[in-house]
Design a protein around this ligand. Sequence first.
Ligand SMILES: [Cu+2]
Length: 171
Amino acid sequence: MRLVTITATLLIISVAFLNTASFASAQEQNSTNTEECKVIIGIDSSGVAFNNTKVNVMVGDTVCWVWENESMGHNVVQVDSEDSNERKAGGVYSGEAETTVDFRHTFTEDETFYYVCEPHTSMDMRGVITVGIGTIDLPSDSNDTPGFGVGITLIALLVGLLSTKKSDNRL
Ligand SMILES: [Cu+2]
C-alpha cells in the first residue's frame, strides 16, 4: 500500500515536471521570435567570426546574437576596448560558449560596445556596436581638436585682415 502511494506520488511529480519542461520549451520557442531584434548577429561561413562585426543602433534597440548547431561553441563577452580580450567587470556576458545561442541585449544609453567570443579571441573573433553617438571619451575629444584649430585659424585670419585694413587706412 505504501509502495503504491510512493509510486503514485512519484508519477504525479514527474508528470508535473514534464509539464513544466514542455511549458519552458514552448516559452523558448516563443523567444526565437526575432521581431524585437533590431539587428541579428550570427556566425559567418568561416565558423570563427561574427557575420556582422560593425553595427549601429539607437538607444532602446535590441541586438540579438543568434546561432544554431554551430560546429564550435561561441559566446558574447563585453570588453573594454577595440583590442581588449579581458571581460569587462560587470559587463554584458552571454554565458559559456555554446553551439546554439539566442542572446539578446537592449541598449539603454549612447555607448560604444566592444565584445569578443572568448574561445576565439586569438582568431580575433570580435565586434563593435555603436549605440547612438557612441561613448564620448578622450580619443573622440581629440578628434574635435582639428575643428577647434580651424576656428583659431579663422580668427587669426580675420585679425590679420583687420590689421591690414587699419594699416591701409593709415596710408
Ligand atoms: Cu567563437
